[in-house]
Design a protein around this ligand. Sequence first.
Ligand code: AMP
Length: 175
Amino acid sequence: MNLAECIRNVPDFPKPGIQFKDISTLLLVPEAFRETVRRFRERYAPMDVQGIVGVDARGFVFGGALAYEMGIPFIMARKPGKLPADTVSESYSLEYGEATLEIHRDGIAPGQRVLIMDDLLATGGTVGAVAKMLRKLGGEVVEAAFLVELPPLRGRENLAAMGVPVFSLVEFMVD
Ligand code: AMP
């Protein structure tokens, strides 16, 4: 099944020059959503993954589904002010702006082997910030998984420099 064909390109969103890869159209096709989760499960079921950290908000969709399938904990990395208990936070730059994410301190146990999931890898700033938070809490980042990767934005190289391997299902050569 061609997952790339299920993803809509929206030019100039949220600002001029950005080619927004809209995964909401893939979620409208149940076979495509199931195939996406099946491919992630195929890769991670044989690995020793002890938790999945999903990035607010689209990372919750795929990360939540995979954690359910694998029967392992799901941890939310949320936008500021949403998590009620004690948190760690990290700020970073995006392809189109600045942002901060937070994780509950008690969401990660020291030595826990975790997978980070988001819908799309651009520069790697978002997931790099999540990896920093996880490491602050003593977690071990096994890999970062994405439905979409934009190779020209060099996220894979930027995350490799931090010791975070990348896995993605679909690549688009846009910048
Ligand atoms: P980055 O931190 O640069 O890797 O950007 C990745 C984050 O921003 C992810 O949470 C994406 O959902 C979002 N994002 C960045 N660029 C795009 C894009 N061209 N299309 C859709 N989402 C994007």
